[in-house]
Design a protein. Sequence first.
Length: 218
Amino acid sequence: MRCVVTAGPTFEPLDAVRRLTNFSSGRLGSELANYLVAHGHEVALLIGQLATYRGQRQAREVQTFSTTADLRQRLRALAGQPVEAVFHAAAVSDFSFGKILLRSSQGELSEIKSGKISTREGTLLAELVPTPKIIAELRPWFPAARIVAWKYEVEGDQPGVVRLAEKQIAECHTDACVANGPAYGPGFGLVRAGGECRHLPNSDALFEALEKFITRTR
C-alpha cells in the first residue's frame, strides 16, 4: 500500500530568527514509517525541519517541512497520487503570530513586520492566532484513504482523552485516532470510529495494530 506519514513539529516565525513551535522529536512517526517499509509498503515521510530524532529513515520518499502552511502544501501535492493510508502524527503548531507590537520605554506602540526584533528597544507584544487545522482537510484530499491521526493531551485523564479522540474522528471524518500523552498515561489508545478503543502498551504493539488496521478489507 502507498502510505503517507507526517512526523515532527511545524513552526511559525516570529521574526527572521525566532520561532514558535511544539515539542516533538519526530521519532514515533519516523519509526512507524520504517515499520511500514519493512512490511512491504511504499511510504512517503514528511518530517519537520526541527525534529530532533536522527535515527534511520527508510521511507522511499522523505520531505522536510517548516511551517504549517508548508506542510499543508506538501500534503495537497501528494493528494493527486493514489494514497491508500495517511498517518498524521505531526505536532502542528496550534498558533501562529498575528500583529507584533513593540512598546517603547515611553509607552509608545509600533507594529513590526519584518527583520530581527531587537530586545533592547522595549517590550514585545505578540498576538497569537489559531492555526487552521490540517486534520480537518485530510479527508477531502485523500477521500479513498484510511486516515489515522494523533491526539496528544497533557491535562485530563484517559477516559477524557478517548472522548476527545472520538470527537476528532467524528468532526474530521478520519478512520481512527491514536490517543497518547501524559493525560492518557503509559502506552497508546487506538480509537476507531464507533467508539472502540484498544489499549496498546508500547510503540511496537501500536505499529503492528496500525499496519493490520490499514490492510484489512473495508
